[in-house]
Design a protein around this ligand. Structure first.
Ligand code: T1G
Ligand code: NAD
Length: 692
């Protein structure tokens, strides 16, 4: 097998090229190839200086993530970086595009670093539940000082080439072709008669005494249970107090300690899911339709956010509202969103972007748009009316979509003469911020319309998940069930505030009752009203929540809900307790621990998710994991509820569910898929593999 590392000599310059598509990951063959190339360079009488560069779109994408969790093969990356550093003649790292993780560490192993404009240097390891493991945490602080390393590594961040030049990470910045510019730089260094310059030989970096304490305080708060960011701080600190070789050993010890954690497995599971979720075999070779203009119908909470997301992606938007006042209100909201995006550095100029927005009240203005996204009231008759109008005005071949949260998209499509062109695009609030997009596909929808929706998602930088048609699709359906488990725990003795605390301790940003207060308790009440006619008599109704609604306690928007609010800060609302006591009546009460609460909450989530996968509403368990991560704040370091379930054991979960079913057979009906997997000794991960 040819090595992914080439060695070529031109005059006195050796060029070591890594060609390992798609991202020049530092897999075993690349590591061995690099090691051998340095040996060859050392022995090469002609070559007086060497250049390491990457072929294709980037320098190096870092360690090969697919090798993690498998027995590591020598040479290990830290040894390769030290082997480069120990070369007897100068070595240059010439970087174009991203240099990430191990890619940065190879560059730090070199004696001179140059970059091409547009290059990016990053240590994303904590996003994989790891830390730099090939000398990065020891060499970078010696080169740039502690500050830049402490800013980058706990955050998994990156810097531009200009910033890298400024903080001393690189020595030279050029524009143009990397090979050409590297040759020029090498000739310049040869002319200067430079020698090897080993970063590892630089002294321990100086630092401010409270730098590490401040970083630990910050990341203890921000990490919400993730261990890697704090470990990265420990590693950088080691560089300030240990001789280099000791520091390298300490970094390795910390790195290997993280390699064994469930968090690392969860984060890497999430990394690969991000890439698999939009790969649908049924869309292979299906060309999407072109989308060059968008119509948004309804400019309320969601419509304004959706319009903003499209404008930020460079798409002209025609927004239709019921009346001039509502249209003006929508324009004001969108203007505010764009101004905020400028402040966050996500947009250069709001004014020029706003020129691409047209607000109208006449549907005829949509006659030439390629895609319409409806976000009007969540009422089927209003949706029908809107889709009848869209069907009348829009051009053949246009895509008609709805942002409904729960309603039957097949029925909405049937209100038109072109159901094949209708699809659900379920954004999450705020639509220009939340990354998740549920693409709800009725059986009547044409494949190229689904492909068009996924292409749009990519353009809007959304993470798209395909969902089938049912009440609440993937996310809201599962949400309704674990919310149901929370209500049942209240009836059985837990308080809303204990439940919120337990769920936050599990790693979610908010508990279900804080979330209810944020979204508005009227939404929950409307949903219960909508479901009342078909509700199973064995189901429970959170009567205390209905009473809160009738008291006008709608959460943050009324300053009172499960919490009372001074601004955004909430304090448990004791006035809810008597409402709960009344609803409990003389039911037997349990003394819930946080673990008991987490177990039931998660079991309800996983059990319903298994029904969603079993019914084909979600194609694979990974679709559920991605949905909960990007739409419902599920902690990335747990990988997702299905990954979590595999880690705790499906048989143990099923036992719990069967146990609770003795008291509540209606709610705790085990999902047939869960029972099947347990019976076959298989896992959700097996299903993901099977569908790959
Ligand atoms: N290892 C293995 N596979 C990788 C990979 C990697 N590092 N990076 C990407 N891939 C696969 C990916 O799964 C996809 O596969 C294909 O390549 C294209 O990726 C010791 C421990 C580089 C910016 O975290 O950020 O070094 O789906 O779709 O949008 O200290 O990939 O086609 O089958 O994302 O052009 C640190 C992760 C590793 C970088 C390119 N490095 N990658 O983005 O392509 S840890 C990272 C990225 C480490 C050391 C430590 C991006 C990219 P498939 P893609 P892209
Ligand atoms: P909203 O009440 O904030 O906005 C609805 C807007 O639609 C109003 O401005 C109204 O004037 C306009 N409208 C109503 N009938 C119209 C018509 N015939 N033509 C043009 N405009 C019309 O509601 P929202 O929260 O933005 O929800 C809109 C849709 O998005 C609903 O289907 C909802 O279920 C769904 N959704 C909401 C959320 C959320 O968190 N709010 C999240 C996802 C999906």
């Amino acid at each position: 097998m040819t090595s992914p590392v080439r060695y070529d000599v031109t005059g006195e310059i050796a060029v070591i090229t890594i060609a390992n598509p798609p991202v020049n990951a530092l897999g075993h063959a690349v590591r061995q190839g690099l090691w051998d190339a340095i040996d060859r360079f050392d022995a090469d009488a002609e070559a007086r200086i060497a250049i390491i560069l990457g072929e294709g779109a980037l320098f190096l994408g870092g360690a090969d993530i697919s090798e993690f969790g498998k027995p590591p093969k020598e040479p290990h990356l830290p040894d390769v970086c030290t082997h480069i550093e120990r070369a007897s003649k100068p070595v240059i790292a010439a970087v174009h595009g991203p240099a990430l993780g191990g890619g940065c560490e190879v560059a730090l192993g070199a004696h001179y670093r140059m970059a091409i404009k547009g290059a990016r240097f990053g240590f994303p390891e904590v996003q994989l539940g790891l830390i730099p493991g090939a000398g990065g945490s020891q060499r970078m602080p010696r080169l740039t000082g502690v500050g830049p390393a402490l800013d980058m590594m706990p955050a998994g961040g990156s810097v531009t080439a200009d910033q890298a030049l400024e903080n001393g990470f690189i020595d030279h910045l050029a524009d143009g072709d990397v090979h050409e510019q590297a040759m020029i730089y090498a000739k310049g260094l040869l002319a200067d008669g430079v020698d090897v310059r080993r970063v590892g030989d630089l002294p321990c970096p100086a630092y401010e005494a409270d730098a590490f304490d401040a970083a630990r305080t910050l990341w203890t708060r921000k990490a919400r249970g993730e261990v890697a960011p704090l470990t990265a701080i420990d590693a950088v600190e080691a560089a300030t107090r240990l001789p280099f070789d000791e520091g390298i050993k300490e970094e390795r010890r910390l790195f290997l300690s993280l390699m064994e954690t469930p968090q690392r497995a969860g984060m890497i599971h999430a990394f690969f899911n991000d890439r698999k979720v939009s790969k649908l075999p049924e869309l292979k070779g299906v060309a999407p339709r072109d989308i060059a203009s968008v119509g948004v119908i309804g400019g309320g909470t969601m419509g304004a956010g959706i319009a903003t997301a499209c404008l930020l992606a460079g798409l002209p938007v025609t927004l239709v509202e019921r009346d001039e006042a509502s249209a003006e209100k929508a324009r004001t909201t969108i203007t505010g969103n764009l101004d905020a995006a400028v402040k966050r550095g996500k947009l250069k100029d709001a004014e020029s972007t706003l020129t691409k927005l047209t607000t109208v009240t006449d549907y005829a203005a949509l006659s030439d748009v390629d895609l319409a996204i409806e976000a009007v009231f969540e009422d089927m008759s209003v949706k029908h009316d809107v889709f009848t109008k869209l069907d009348a005005v829009m051009k053949p071949g246009a895509v008609l979509s709805t942002n409904t949260s729960y309603l039957d998209v097949t029925e909405i499509a049937a209100a038109t003469s072109r159901p094949a062109d209708v699809i659900g695009l379920h954004f999450f609030s705020p639509a220009h911020v939340m990354k998740l997009l549920e693409i709800v596909v009725p059986d009547t929808t044409a494949p190229e319309v689904t492909a068009t929706a996924f292409a749009l998602a990519k353009r809007l930088k959304k993470t798209a998940v395909k969902a089938g048609v049912c009440d609440g699709f993937i996310g809201n359906r599962i949400l309704a069930t674990y919310r149901g488990a929370a209500d049942r725990m209240i009836l059985a003795g837990a308080s809303p505030w204990e439940i919120d605390a337990a769920i936050k301790a599990f790693g979610l940003p908010m508990g279900p009752f804080e979330m209810g207060d944020l979204a508005g308790l009227d939404i929950g009440f409307m949903t219960r009203q909508r479901k009342a006619p078909d509700r199973d008599p064995r189901d429970i109704v959170p009567k205390w929540a209905d009473a809160m609604y009738h008291n006008g306690w709608l959460g943050q928007k009324t300053g009172q809900g499960y919490y009372t609010y001074e601004g955004r800060k909430g304090t448990p609302n004791d006035a809810v307790k008597p409402l709960i006591d009344e609803a409990r009546g003389d039911r037997p009460q349990l003394d819930f621990t946080p673990e008991m609460i987490q177990r039931r909450y998660m079991a309800a989530m996983v059990n319903e998710a298994a029904k969603v996968v079993g019914e084909g509403i979600a194609a694979r368990p990974l679709d559920v994991d991605v949905t909960l991560l990007y739409g419902y704040g599920f902690p990335r370091w747990r990988g997702g509820p299905m990954h979590w379930a595999d880690s705790v054991g499906l048989d143990a979960l099923l036992d719990d569910i069967k146990g609770w079913a003795k008291d509540d057979p209606y709610f705790w009906q085990p999902a047939p898929l869960l029972e099947q997997l347990v019976a076959e000794g298989r896992t959700f991960s097996d299903l993901n593999e099977a569908s790959a």
